[in-house]
Design a protein around this ligand. Structure first.
Ligand code: NAP
Ligand code: HSE
Length: 423
């Protein structure tokens, strides 16, 4: 059978799982692809370090450009991470007419439309299924099965590390730090875990999904983003008592006038909501569209094996599609109009410690109503603490109401505030 040379940039969590699959299942993959993918050359930073894997005849090199320059390499798999030098390497490979498969959401979120156009210009192909949700075939779904639909919204849990942390914080006595260490040990966290914790990784993935699903590309810096650094264990526990689970929810929507809104924020998810039970490193994407209705994908969204599933699938597809004319990977973006804070409706959760002032509780609830923020429920906790579940209202109304609470003498301290979604 004919063979196709593969070059690999990176032999970490993802690269190692990909190499194992290519080497261990070359016969099966060859049958499926119509030609056998053969690993020729692999770039790492530290060539001297023992890797615990038999790489057969593949060369290990310290310079990623050597992989691109290898004439035996027709397909480059990028699994090194970061935007620099990964973006430039992908550009070079595409300019040389080599097909690229990448797991790098930071690169695709920042430069997806540009790289996609570059691939088409040079008769190359660009695949990035692994960049969102690891083994969840969400990119394929959006680029294929749902092409006849108008998608109106996406609601997702798309960061495994933060979901592991929030899940473990709900359990007995596991600290944020211990839970993060667990996610790192299991190969879920980014090399720089602040990308996970501060919500950037979820933003990158949401930008990619919105680009494919809503046809509007929004640079990551323009996404409404709040990470989980300030989510208090007390709030996670108090919400659990009320039937809620805290998730780093990624939401994108397109309004009737075509304006779009993307946000990533810690959110209390109510019982019965499809994302309520998505615990640990599971990811889930709920797609709302006009013809198919509600479609949901769920599964392990991080880790070497799950990510290798997507990378190797792209690789097989790439071999099958060799010689086909390259097309842009998604509708080219139109300059999106953004929904403003007066137009984005959310519900909320506010946790305050009341002062000793007489009627403090009633004054707080009255102040919220006065600012136009409905109160769905109020729950008293010990130690003069009060939880208020605030109803649907524009984001701007919530923000103004919180500013007001901060000035009230009946409030000793605002202890926490989160978005909230119900089934
Ligand atoms: P990782 O374990 O840190 O591995 C990175 C690999 O790239 C290492 O082998 C490293 O070499 C190599 N590398 C980095 N910079 C290099 C350079 N300048 N020159 C040569 N080699 C270089 O990272 P990972 O978890 O596998 O993630 C890789 C990519 O996949 C990232 O874009 C990540 O966002 C994405 N991804 C990860 C997951 C996951 O669950 N881990 C899931 C989906 C997507 P050394 O080994 O010598 O240090
Ligand atoms: N750091 C990412 C996560 C890896 O935790 O979800 C998968 O993309």
């Amino acid at each position: 059978m004919e063979s196709v040379g593969v070059g690999l940039l990176g032999l970490g969590t993802v690269g190692t799982a990909v190499a194992r699959r290519l080497i261990g299942e070359w016969e099966l993959l060859g049958e499926r692809a119509g030609a056998t993918p053969v690993l020729r050359c692999i770039a790492v930073r530290d060539v001297a370090r023992s890797r615990g894997i038999d790489l057969k005849n593949a060369r290990l090199v310290g310079d990623p450009h050597a992989v691109l320059a290898d004439p035996a390499v027709a397909i480059v798999v990028e699994a090194m991470g970061g935007t620099d030098p990964a973006t430039a390497l992908i550009e070079s490979a595409l300019r040389a007419g080599k097909t690229v498969v990448t797991a790098n959401k930071a690169v695709i979120a920042a430069s997806g439309p540009h790289l996609s156009a570059l691939a088409a210009e040079h008769g190359a192909h660009l695949y990035f299924e692994a960049s969102v949700g690891a083994g969840l075939p969400i990119v394929g779904l959006l680029r294929g099965s749902l092409l006849g639909d108008r998608i109106t919204a996406l609601d997702c849990v798309i960061n495994g590390t933060t979901n592991v942390i929030l899940t473990q914080m709900r359990g007995a006595g596991v600290s944020f730090e211990r839970a993060l260490e667990d996610a790192q040990r299991r190969g879920f966290a980014e090399a720089d875990p602040s990308l996970d914790i501060d919500g950037w990784d979820a933003v990158h993935k949401l930008v990619i999904l919105a680009w494919l699903a809503l046809g509007g590309y929004l640079p990551p810096e323009q996404v409404d983003r709040v990470g989980i650094r300030d989510v208090a264990g007390n709030d996670v526990a108090a919400l659990a008592e009320l039937g809620y689970r805290v998730r780093l929810l990624a939401h994108a929507e397109r309004a009737g006038n075509g304006a779009i809104h993307l946000r990533v924020r810690p959110t209390a998810v109510g019982t019965g909501h499809l994302l309520h039970d998505v615990d640990d490193a599971d990811n889930a994407v709920i797609i709302s569209s006009d013809l198919a209705g509600t479609v949901m994908l769920r599964g392990l969204g991080a880790g070497g094996a799950s990510t290798a599933s997507a990378v190797v699938s792209d690789l097989v597809t790439a071999i099958r599609e060799r010689g086909l004319p390259s097309t842009v990977n998604a509708a080219m973006p139109r300059e999106p109009i953004l929904l403003g804070d007066e137009d984005v409706e959310v519900a909320g959760y506010v946790h305050v410690r009341l002062s000793t002032e007489a009627d403090a509780r009633a004054l707080v609830l009255q102040a919220l109503e006065d600012r136009g923020l409905p109160v769905d429920a109020a729950v008293d906790l010990s130690g003069s603490e009060l939880i208020v579940l605030t109803g649907m209202a524009p984001r701007a109304v919530h923000d103004r109401a919180l500013e007001t609470l901060d000035t009230l003498t009946s409030v000793d301290q605002i202890l926490g505030a989160l978005d909230r979604v119900e089934a």
